[in-house]
Structures are given as structure tokens and as C-alpha cells.
Design a binder for this molecule. Sequence first.
Ligand code: S3P
Length: 175
Amino acid sequence: MLEFKSNRIKNVCLIGFMGSGKSIIGKELSNKYNIDFIDTDKEIEKKVGKSINVIFSDYGENYFRNIEEEVCLDVIEHENCIISLGGGSVTNLKIRNIIKKNSYSIYLKVKKDIILKRLKNSQNRPLLKNGNKEKIIEELYNNRKKFYNEANLIIHNNYDKKEIISKIYSEINNL
Ligand code: S3P
């Protein structure tokens, strides 16, 4: 169980760029605490009944962002869970505000070159499909970093998974 001294905190939100390891770290943390793990992209897919790729290609990014807002505002109200948010969700002010209101947020920070390596062959990141991946990543990253940096905790996720988990664990336990 997650127990925070502050009554404000209901859950833990993992934020960060695509390929920063939010889902992997989130699952590990939820196993460690024996609590639920929610991946907002999976919730969006369930709600629409289509994959993220198909949602983008059939309806476009604006449609996706609207559903993302609905899903995030809903799941961030949940208590005692680890939530992994899609990389672009924090560009939405309402989502940022509810994270600040309810959650302990952790930014998994990864160097751009590592992100590029991890996403080079990714087939399920629609924003990276058309054009030069490096340029797109650079631009998105630069636009978003100010939002990622608003997190309560910033962890560099360039290294060993176990090390990251134990760092986060000790930070959370000391809150
Ligand atoms: C997006 C990130 C993806 C997914 C969608 C858009 C983004 O999630 O929500 O493809 O705008 O950065 P991950 O961060 O889990 O890859």
C-alpha cells in the first residue's frame, strides 16, 4: 500500500517522454507496493476500442487528445495506484492541474539520444511516423520539458532499472 503523510496525495503519476520507461517502471512499482497500475494509453484504447495508431490515423491527433483528457481526468481521481501517462498528456493544463492537486508526480528523464535509440524502430508511436524522427523528438522534447520539470521528483532513467526503482521507493517512503 502507498501511504503518504500528506492527505493531498492520492496516487503516483509517472510522466515523461515516449520511451522513457514509464510503463516498465510503473509496473515494477505497482508490484512492489502491491497496488494497481494504470496506463492511460491502454485506457484510451479500451474506451475507443482501437489501438493508439488506428485512433490517430482514423480520427487524428485532436480527437486523441480529447479522449486523453477525459481518461486522464478520470483516472487521476483514483486512489492508491501508479499511473503512467502518455508523453504528451502534460501539455494539457487541466491534466497538469489535476496531477498537482492529487498526485505525487515523477518525471522519468532520459537523454534525447537514448530516446532516439529506443524509438528508432518503434511502430506504435504515430507522432514519429511521418518525417525525421530525430527532429520531431527534438521539437517535442523542447516544447514539453518545462512541463515535465514541474514534477515533484525528477529521476534520471538512463541507467539500471533496479536502481531507479529503489531510488523512487526510498523517495516515496520518506515523503
Ligand atoms: C504520445 C505518447 C504516447 C501516446 C501517443 C502520443 C506523445 O505515449 O500517448 O502516441 O504525444 O508523446 P507514451 O509516452 O507512453 O509512448
